[in-house]
Design a protein around this ligand. Structure first.
Ligand code: DX5
Ligand code: ZN
Length: 228
């Protein structure tokens, strides 16, 4: 069972963005880029022009996490800017099915994110339109927050649906993912892990990624959902 580690550049030095991306490239599967609009979340980061610029300087595929209102209008533009995966928040989309279709129409992978307070049940019928589900394990907006273990049942439920329907969907967790929490995420069913501070706020990001990967792999191998 393949798993993916996607370092979040939210914890990187924004003054040296391309270098910071290169620093994790040897070990990262994806680069997680957090787009915030000061409206959907109380923080403002970077937008489409920066994604477009980054794509030209990094070889690691970009996993764009849009924490912005009106995903219907803005999401496809990030795929056109070069992100290979674009995740929108279901709370920010008037027509999530159409947003997913619009992203996929560009050739990019479509992801749908759920905030901690959002119930997954009503969105399970959308799974077949998606390439990834993102279960937030903190309130979106900032790096360095504490992991919310109460989101693990939602991860488990998403994995059950994916398994029961035999869908080819990645299941991502984002927020507070670190050496102390990644095993619980993998055990619940996650296979794609975003880590910001646990990667960038260390002396050696490569060692940190390798360590996270090893912990997640071991937990996955003995998990309920990964049949052998
Ligand atoms: C938070 C962002 C995360 C953030 C995670 O809203 O979506 O991607 O960078 O940071 P850590 O891993 O430090 O919790
Ligand atoms: Zn994120």
């Amino acid at each position: 069972m393949g798993l993916r580690i996607s370092p979040s550049i939210l914890s990187a030095d924004f003054g040296h963005l391309a270098d910071e991306c290169a620093r994790v490239a040897p070990a990262a599967d994806w680069l997680h880029v957090d787009v915030m609009d000061n409206h959907f979340v109380p923080n403002l980061t970077i937008g489409q022009p920066v994604v477009e610029a980054l794509v030209k300087h990094v070889t690691t595929p970009i996993d764009c996490h849009l924490m912005i209102s009106d995903a219907d209008r803005w999401a496809p533009g990030y795929a056109e800017a070069g992100a290979k995966s674009v995740t929108f928040h279901v709370e920010a989309a008037a027509n999530p099915r159409q947003v997913a279709r619009d992203i996929r129409a560009t050739g990019a992978r479509a992801g749908m994110a759920l905030k901690p307070g959002t119930d997954i049940a009503q969105y399970e019928e959308l799974f077949n339109e998606l390439d990834m589900i993102l279960i937030m394990t903190v309130e979106p907006g900032f790096g360095g927050q504490s992991f919310m273990a109460d989101q693990l049942p939602k991860v488990k439920r998403a994995r059950e649906v994916i398994k029961n329907l035999d869908l080819d969907i990645w299941l991502q967790v984002d927020g507070g993912v670190a050496a102390s929490t990644i095993e619980a995420c993998a055990d619940a069913g996650a296979d794609t892990f975003v880590a910001g501070s646990a990667v960038y706020n260390t002396s050696d990001p490569i060692v940190a990624i390798d360590n996270l990967r090893a912990l997640a792999q071991t937990a996955t191998d003995s998990s309920w959902w990964c049949a052998h």
